[in-house]
Design a protein around this ligand. Structure first.
Ligand code: G3I
Length: 387
């Protein structure tokens, strides 16, 4: 096992545009159900041109998406499009404590393993999300955090077991997720979570050290939302993130990158491109990489008309990507979902008119949208990454 972090795995950099021939092979692999299915699920619904990952690869970067495994297992059209568009996948759910740890002594890997196998079959790289989070934890966890020693044992066992299980398969880990929440008024702007209460800020150090010891070859990220816009809360959060990252680096904690979730919102906030560019430069100056880990664009403040919404979503995505793709630290972009068929936004931020949102590159029929075009064009215009 190499101890060098896998910046861009071989399977990412060697991948070429999906050709009609390989697409036929892909469809054959997707099973008889696809060939036999009527309507939009037919093979010819697939585009013949390069996918988003192929566009991202032109500058040495990657594109990927969070996968809903229920849809992946039951919808052949979705299944066929993922490898056309993506070079990287991440599970929306299966790697979280809530799914992996149904009982204190039990690790349940089956759904996560299924995505790992799917990724390998299609030469996709796998991100791991996430080892430590304050949400989606099993009900038993809080009851077991009775002392610092108990918390340290639990965290140690979890990270060692999970990272060892996926060693050589997961190329990047979101080691800690959403650790900042300034309204909680904790030191460094940290969020008041069960882990902070049990262990203090050192739970972050511990998580990174454990991940690094267990799989030195996987790149380690701190993943956070709300770092995008220029309103005071987000400005303060960016400053807190820079201080936290500087502190971690100064103390030799083995963090290697910042995951910017980029849950964007169309037509509401001003995106100050200069401020965003400065933030990326500040992160890079700390010697860290950046990945856009959960990009989507909420449209619930836009009018119902689809062309208006799609144009607003595309413009917002383009304005954001234009800036971050200028950064030599930016390794790749992941959207939180591939198709509007499945987005957490419909549950978390439903439109008042009841219409489903259109925040992702493909529509519900897996057709490319203006956001897809904006992403492909922005990827094409990006300066190549220095190897
Ligand atoms: O699978 C069950 C299903 O059996 C049940 O019928 C249904 C009833 O509500 O719930 C289903 O599980 C839900 C799951 O999403 C799948 O839809 C969970 O209740 C729900 O908590 C879970 O939400 C996920 C959330 O993280 C918590 O894990 C969202 O899908 C997922 O998009 C969201 O992702 C987060 C990132 O991890 C971190 N950043 C923010 C992002 C959006 O919240």
């Amino acid at each position: 096992m190499s101890s060098q972090p896998r910046l861009l795995p071989d399977e990412l950099s060697q991948r070429r545009a999906v050709t009609p021939l390989s697409r036929r092979a892909l469809l054959a692999g997707a099973g008889a159900a696809l060939a036999a299915s009527p309507g939009p699920a037919r093979a010819d619904a697939l585009s013949t041109s390069a996918g988003l990952h192929d566009h991202a690869l032109r500058s040495g970067r990657f594109y990927g998406a969070a996968i809903d495994q229920t849809i992946l297992a039951t919808n052949p059209t979705y299944m066929a499009h993922v490898p056309v568009e993506c070079g990287v996948v991440v599970s929306e759910a299966a790697f979280k404590w809530g799914r992996l740890r149904p009982a204190p002594e039990l690790f349940y890997f089956a759904p996560a393993d299924a995505l790992m196998r799917y990724a390998e079959q299609h030469a996709l790289a796998l991100r791991g999300h996430t080892l430590v989070w304050h949400e989606d934890n099993p009900p038993w966890l809080a009851e077991r955090l009775t002392s610092a020693a108990a918390a340290e044992r639990l965290l140690t066992t979890h990270i060692r077991t999970v990272v060892r299980h996926f060693r050589g398969h997961v190329f990047q880990w979101d080691v800690v997720n959403e650790v900042l929440w300034l309204p909680d008024r904790q030191p460094l702007g940290l969020r008041d979570t069960l882990w902070l209460r049990a262990l203090g800020p050192r739970y972050i150090d511990l998580a990174f050290h454990l991940c690094a010891e267990t799989d030195p070859g996987a790149m380690r990220f701190i993943n956070e939302f709300g770092l995008d816009y220029s309103w005071p809360d987000q400005q303060r959060k960016r400053a807190a993130m820079l201080s936290l990252l500087a502190d971690l680096r100064h103390r030799g904690v083995p963090v290697q990158g910042l995951g910017m979730q980029a849950h964007l919102e169309a037509g509401v906030h001003a995106l100050d491109q200069k401020e965003l560019a400065q933030f990326c430069a500040d992160v890079a100056a700390l010697g860290l990489n950046i990945v856009i880990t959960e990009m989507d664009v909420r449209d619930n403040r836009l009018p119902a008309a689809i062309p208006v919404r799609d144009a607003g979503v595309a413009a917002e995505g383009r304005a954001f990507l234009e800036v971050v793709l200028e950064s030599p630290a930016l390794l790749g972009v992941v959207t939180w979902g591939l198709s509007d068929l499945r987005t957490w936004l419909d549950e978390a931020w439903p439109r008042t008119d009841g219409l489903p949102q259109r925040p992702l590159p493909l529509d519900r029929e897996m057709r490319r949208k203006p956001l897809w075009e904006a992403m492909a064009a922005t990827f094409d215009a990006a300066l190549p990454l220095q190897k």
